[in-house]
Design a binder for this molecule. Structure first.
Ligand SMILES: [Zn+2]
Length: 373
């Protein structure tokens, strides 16, 4: 089974320039490949395929030696992407779709990822560094352990930041089958409420760590840059972040482990985890719970994949306001802790009501029958 791990890259200024240049060169090859295929068709009625264009690469490199700064496998992948664009185009034409867009040229800055199709050759992970051919050793923020055999690596630029996406092959280690199912509501008062009424308590250190960090950040901002006091505060801050990360990681491991062992189907609200990761350090300051949720769901997700458990993420809209007993809308603001339905008389904890709705929505979305364990 394939899984993707995404990590932040921290290239130096020089590496960043080289990466930018590489993307622009790939963009050029993309457009040139597209133009060549288009011309061949318009002038000679010939359909070129991937192999026809791959043969042209040495010629292009001779005419434009800059291209030698890009690993050949990466350039081949660029041409493969053109091939895929054409295949998608022809498939849609064949299916009789109207107004099918012909593959388009990419504008400056619109080409933003490099694919290394073979791990180990042009790209290799070594001790928190990603060795990228023609770029150098780039620092990787390994915020969680990478497991499995790495197959391909994509280096990606996103909103000015750089990331490495590792596609890995993992051996599923199935657990004994479980027909138990659970809906999980993530909350501020209780960390998680399960649809069977159980809770995962909010940890006291979550608030304490957030307060420590906020206090140190405030202190730092008032101190003069370069002063000894500021340096000491920066160091203290770094420790506070590390402590918070460590506690959060342990917590996520333990809790996800227990859930995965027990349940065969797990349903969560869809949190925008990617977003949280991108802003990881800033969010921790505002609300450590956000980060803790994100990490927790992420751990459950990869452990579920490893163990062959089913995991569903549903659109959380309305899960708090609908009655889990009769489906009618029971509006309530954040301060109302009890779900009290005037329609069917159901009176239960607000988060429990949401958790049951989450489970129901998850079961519906996968089309499973409502069999009792
Ligand atoms: Zn009701």
């Amino acid at each position: 089974m394939r899984l993707t791990y995404k990590y932040r890259l921290k290239p130096t200024k020089a590496q960043q320039r080289q990466l930018e240049l590489t993307l622009e060169l790939c963009c050029w090859v993309y457009n040139e490949t597209l133009a060549t295929r288009k011309q061949a068709y318009e002038q000679r009625g010939a359909s070129l395929n991937y192999y026809d264009t791959a043969k042209l690469l040495p010629e292009w490199k001779a005419a434009q030696p800059e291209l030698k700064q890009v690993h050949s496998q990466v350039l081949q992948d660029v041409q493969r992407r053109v091939e895929l664009a054409f295949q998608a185009f022809f498939r849609r034409v064949k299916q009789g779709e109207k107004e099918v867009g012909y593959p388009r040229f990419k504008g400056f800055g619109r080409y933003d990822s490099l694919t290394f199709p073979q791990y180990g050759d042009a790209v290799r992970l070594h001790d928190r560094m990603l060795l990228i051919s023609k770029i150098g050793e780039v620092k990787v923020v390994l915020h969680r352990p990478l497991k499995g055999e790495i197959k391909t690596v994509i280096v990606q630029r996103q909103l000015g930041k750089w990331y490495a996406c590792f596609s890995v092959e993992i051996e599923p280690r199935p657990l004994p089958v479980s027909s138990e199912r659970v809906g999980i509501d993530l909350g501020l008062k209780t960390f998680a409420t399960l649809s069977n009424g159980e809770h995962i308590k909010r940890q006291r250190w979550m608030k304490r760590d957030a307060q420590d960090i906020a206090r140190l950040e405030r202190k730092k901002s008032k101190l003069r840059i370069g002063s000894l006091q500021r340096q000491q505060t920066v160091l203290a801050l770094r420790h506070a972040y590390a402590r918070a990360t460590q506690r959060r990681t342990n917590f996520a491991h333990q809790q996800s482990h227990q859930l995965i062992n027990r349940y065969g189907l797990l349903v969560f609200e869809d949190l925008d985890i990617q977003q949280m990761q991108a802003n990881g350090q800033k969010v921790i300051n505002r609300n450590i719970a956000d980060v803790a949720w994100g990490q927790f769901v992420q751990y459950v997700t990869y452990k579920a994949a490893e163990a062959g458990r089913e995991l569903v993420q549903i659109n959380p809209r309305g899960t708090t306001q609908s009655c889990s007993g009769c489906g009618k809308r029971v509006p309530k603001d954040l301060s109302v802790r009890v779900h009290d339905c005037q329609h069917c008389g159901l009176k239960i904890d607000r988060d429990l009501n949401a958790a049951i709705n989450i489970l129901t929505r998850g079961i519906t979305s996968i089309g499973a029958t409502d069999r009792d364990p």
